[in-house]
Design a protein around this ligand. Structure first.
Ligand code: HEM
Length: 364
């Protein structure tokens, strides 16, 4: 987490400079596109240790994979039809998996070559891929009983897991949060006041400021309550027979937890459940770490999100910076209440329409 601090700072600095330029020109900015591009750059450098590679469009391939994983597949309901592949989904997913495999092979081979020629030389910095490769085919003793071996396929699976998980999750949450702030000028004002009084107007927000920004933390929680990036988490399997609230759940059942519905359940959150109201988190200890089951956007337990701290820090820092550095206006003629909040159906839930907004620089 700490290791990626300079990377986040640098990329965020580039984004703020681009937005300042747009503000000087007085134009409307596609904020979804700008934040997406920044997070994509961060993800490339963080996971693959390199700048975006023009040889392949990883994002488009991963998006196709994510779409296919979440697509309605008639064979799930009528298994005898699966061999026919009526919708052509199996053919498409095989094609995607071949492309992803050769792409990851290329990235690994590039790293192997660089490490052979530069290893031990001054200035050679190991990245995440180098680190994983250095662990392959060695006995890894994770606990007292079992020894594990990491092979090339495991390395590719971990890299793919990280890319998929890091690409869009933070972007979606930042965009949803900004959209809610634009729809609720009162909340935007409160957040800007918190930043003004605790940071001042003569410097930008630093990562070390985040723990003291309590209203910011409430805004992010409220955004994740209404717009969880993974509305159904990831499917789990029960490992033993269990009865919950009178329902018998047999061992080996596939469990899908609908956190989107939990987030909007008036029995859990009171009557104003549809309202974006960060103050609901003011006098309670509801946290995002997975212990408060009414709010688990990062899942819970052993298979909960390992990127929680990383994702949360990115979201809070980017949001704080954007709201502190700029005032945000809606395109001419659009009223806050008319902002389109339609969700895009898929494995992860992002805003269907790109968020457009007009920045005005506000720091001294
Ligand atoms: C807003 C940001 C993020 C959200 C809301 C989020 C949410 C989630 C959720 C809900 C799960 C499934 C948990 C479960 O079913 O119990 C998950 C798994 C995972 N996440 Fe995240 N995530 C975010 C960011 C990240 C980042 C930045 C990374 C890494 C760079 C990451 C890496 C992973 C991985 C590797 C898994 C699979 C864990 C496993 O299967 O054991 N996530 N995430």
């Amino acid at each position: 987490m700490e290791a990626f601090k300079p990377l986040r700072r640098e990329e965020l600095g580039v984004l703020v400079r681009k937005l300042r330029k747009a503000a000087e020109e007085g134009g409307v900015v596609d904020i979804s596109e700008k934040i997406g591009a920044m997070n994509e750059d961060i993800a490339y450098k963080m996971v693959l240790g390199r700048n975006k590679d023009n040889r392949f469009d990883i994002k488009a391939i991963v998006e196709e994979g994510i779409f296919l994983m979440g697509a309605f597949n008639i064979s799930d309901f009528v298994p005898c039809l699966s061999a026919l592949d009526i919708q052509g989904l199996t053919k498409r997913i095989k094609k995607v998996s071949t492309i992803i495999d050769s792409l990851l092979e290329t990235i690994i081979e590039d790293h192997e070559q660089v490490s052979m020629t530069r290893s031990g030389k001054q200035g050679h910095q190991e990245d995440f891929v180098d680190m994983l490769l250095s662990l392959t085919n060695k006995p890894l003793k994770l606990n007292d009983e079992q020894v594990y071996y990491l092979d090339r396929t495991n390395v590719k699976a971990i890299l793919l897991d990280m890319i998929v998980a890091a690409f869009d999750t933070s972007t979606a949450t930042i965009v949803w949060s900004l959209a809610e702030l634009l729809r609720h000028p009162r909340v935007m004002k409160n957040l800007q006041e918190e930043l003004q009084s605790l940071i001042g107007m003569d410097r930008m927000v630093e990562e070390t400021d985040l723990p003291k920004l309590s209203y910011l933390s409430m805004v992010v929680k409220e955004s994740l309550r209404l717009h969880p990036t993974a509305p159904l988490l990831v499917a789990h399997e029960s490992i033993e027979d269990i009865t919950i609230n009178g329902y018998d759940i047999p061992k080996k059942s596939r469990i899908i937890v609908n956190i989107w519905t939990i987030g909007r359940d008036p029995n859990v959150w009171s009557e104003n459940v549809e309202e974006f109201y960060p103050e609901r988190f003011m006098n309670n200890n509801i946290e995002l770490q997975g212990h408060d089951f009414q709010l688990i956007p990062f899942g819970s337990g052993r298979r909960g999100c390992p990127g929680l701290q990383l994702g949360l820090t990115t979201i809070q820092l980017v949001l704080a910076q954007l709201v502190h550095c700029f005032n945000w206006g809606l395109p001419t003629g659009l009223l806050p209440q008319d902002l389109d909040m339609t969700e895009k159906f898929g494995l992860s839930m992002s805003k269907a329409k790109h968020l457009l907004s007009k920045p005005t620089y506000r720091l001294m």
